[in-house]
Every structure is written in C-alpha cells, then in structure tokens.
Design a protein around this ligand. Structure first.
Ligand code: SAM
Length: 309
C-alpha cells in the first residue's frame, strides 16, 4: 500500500497529515482560530507522535506538517522531528510564528525538517504588537532569516491581510520575501470563535479578490495547486505570492487531502468540525497492534465528508 494513497468515501486521497502537537503558544494573536482545535492540556510524547506517523506512512500519507499553538514552544521539538524524519516522508514541514526559530532552525533542519511556514503579518513594530500582543518582531525576523540560512526551502511567510491594519504592507512584505528568497502567502482573515466574531470580522476583514485582480495583471505566470484547495500561485519579477482564500467553499472541500491530529491525540477528519473526532491516543497507550491502529485511522478516514457541497 506504500506507494498508493488511501482514499476516503468521496474519492479524496489522504496525502498529508497535520499534527497539532501543542495548544500552547508564546503569542496571543487577536484573530487566532487555533486551527479549529478544541483547547486541551494533554500532549502526546515524541514516541506517540512517531507511532502516529508510522501508521500514517503505512497508509500512504506522504507529507507531515506540525502545527500548534506554536510547535516550537515544545522543548522536545527537535526530537519529535528527528523521529518523524527517520520515517522517510516526502515532506516534513511546520508552521510557527518564528520567535524561537533562531534557536531551533539548524537542529530542525539536521533532524529532517524540509521547510517552514512562518506567520508574519507586518514589518511594523506597533502593528506586530497590536496583532500578537507581544514585542517579538525582531526575534521573528531573525528566526526567519536563520531558517533561510540553514537551507529550509521554501520558507513561506504567512500574512493574514487585515483592513486598515496591514493591507498596505503587501508590497513591502513581498519585497522582504523576494529579497530573501521566500514565498509570500497572503491569507484571507476568517471568522474565529476566539474573537468577538461579527465585530472583529466586520472591522478587519479584507477580501483578497481585489488583491488577486492586481496580481493577475502583474504576474508573469499563474499556477493553480489542485491538492492545495485550488490555491493560486503568482510569479512576479522573480518572486512568488500564493493566495489562501477562505475555506467555506466547495472547492476547498472537494480537493481536501488532509487529515488532522489534535494535541490530545484524536483524529480530526475535518478542519471545520469537532463532532466527528476519532479517539486514537488511548489505543496507542494501550499497546494495540499496528493493524488495530490502522483500523482506528480508517475509522477517521471513513468519517471524512465534504463540509461544503
Ligand atoms: N503558532 C503558529 C503560527 O503562528 O504560525 C501555528 C498556528 S497558527 C493557528 C497557523 C496559521 O493560521 C497562521 O499562519 C495564522 O496566521 C493562521 N490563522 C490563525 N487564525 C486565523 C484567522 N482567523 N484567519 C486566517 N488565518 C488565521
């Protein structure tokens, strides 16, 4: 089964596994949706995360992404990546705010991490402080440049675009990325239970359609990424911009090839739902066989259905 993808009941292949390894974070972003996770204090050990990846690999998963909270607040992050690295996946990546990246970039690269996405919405200190409630812009920038220096490729910068907050910084951010061989990912703000919904979204939501129109005019080339929910990539003057639109659409669901794991070890079949999680970690802690664990995984995959049809 190794070279084939397992497919769900809707013929969608399961290509990647996104593991939220902690809910803890060293920043407190005003908009954070916590990757749709319900808060929990329980965390998995490196060996448990390794076991999950091992089963996923057997089922044909090719890519692992670690997320959080912030994955780098875990002191055992290098050990976690090292263990996953030994499984020879096509791609191992993580998403971080970059604050601790200077400390860990080299170790992570040596442990087998291929690439990072770093969330950075602004190059302005006051805006950074307003968004993250922390004064870590310089640390984040140093971490980002360290990731480039140690050879992670690509380093992608996740920029959530917000009205009257950082919408005018897209050009500057693109220059910063292009100058340092990084890809800029523009992300449209989505509503989050974390925020005082209506007010927050109404105040800061900035539709990326208008930016995309300008990008089409400027781009030397445009590509669409099928298994990345039809995301568009714009190549401009030797630089690269990707646009991440909201997920509440049929295309996002039709092309979804991701399975998720919550910090407390549950399979999460859909980003947008928490009512169909499948308990996994207790099966590992009970010492069940790989075949039994594969069955639990298959239950999670069987629970997958497009949220928007
Ligand atoms: N702490 C890590 C970080 O800062 O990248 C990983 C977790 S964070 C939840 C993952 C990504 O989700 C970040 O790129 C962040 O910008 C994005 N994100 C969080 N809340 C969002 C929202 N309401 N709308 C759009 N993107 C959001």
């Amino acid at each position: 089964m190794v070279d084939e993808y397992v497919k769900d009941n809707f013929e969608r292949p399961i290509i990647s596994l996104r593991i939220t390894i902690t809910n803890r974070c060293n920043e407190n972003c005003i908009y954070c949706h916590h990757d749709g996770m319900v808060s929990s204090k329980d965390e998995m050990t490196p060996d448990e995360i390794y076991k999950i990846c091992q089963i996923a690999k057997k089922l044909g998963v090719k890519k692992i992404r670690l997320s959080g909270g912030d994955p780098l607040v875990r002191k055992d992050i290098v050990e976690i990546v090292e263990k996953i690295g030994s499984l020879d996946f096509k791609d191992i990546s993580l998403t971080t705010n970059g604050v601790l990246l200077e400390k860990y970039a080299e170790g992570l690269k040596n442990a087998g991490l291929n690439r990072v996405n770093v969330s950075l919405d602004t190059l302005d200190h006051d805006t950074y402080k307003f968004v993250t409630k922390r004064d870590y812009l310089d640390k984040a920038k140093t971490g980002i440049l360290k990731a480039v220096e140690v050879g992670m490729n690509p380093v992608k910068i996740n920029m959530v675009v917000m009205k009257d907050l950082n919408q005018n910084e897209v050009k500057n951010m693109f220059k910063f990325c292009k100058d340092n061989n990084m890809v800029l990912q523009l992300i449209e703000l989505i509503e989050s239970e974390n925020c005082d919904d209506d007010k927050f979204n109404a105040e800061y939501h900035y539709p990326l359609d208008s930016i995309e129109k300008r990008l089409i005019d400027m781009a030397d080339n445009v590509r669409e990424r099928k298994f990345m929910q039809g995301r568009k990539k714009y190549y401009i003057n030797g630089g690269e911009i990707e646009v991440v639109k909201p997920m509440d659409n049929t295309k996002f669901c039709a092309n979804c090839s991701r399975l998720r794991i919550t910090p407390d070890g549950k399979i999460k079949p859909c980003l947008l739902r928490n009512d169909n999680l499948v308990e996994l970690i207790s099966h590992i802690r009970n010492g069940e066989s790989d075949e039994q664990l594969e069955e639990v995984f298959m239950k999670g995959i069987a629970n997958r259905e497009p949220y928007n049809t």
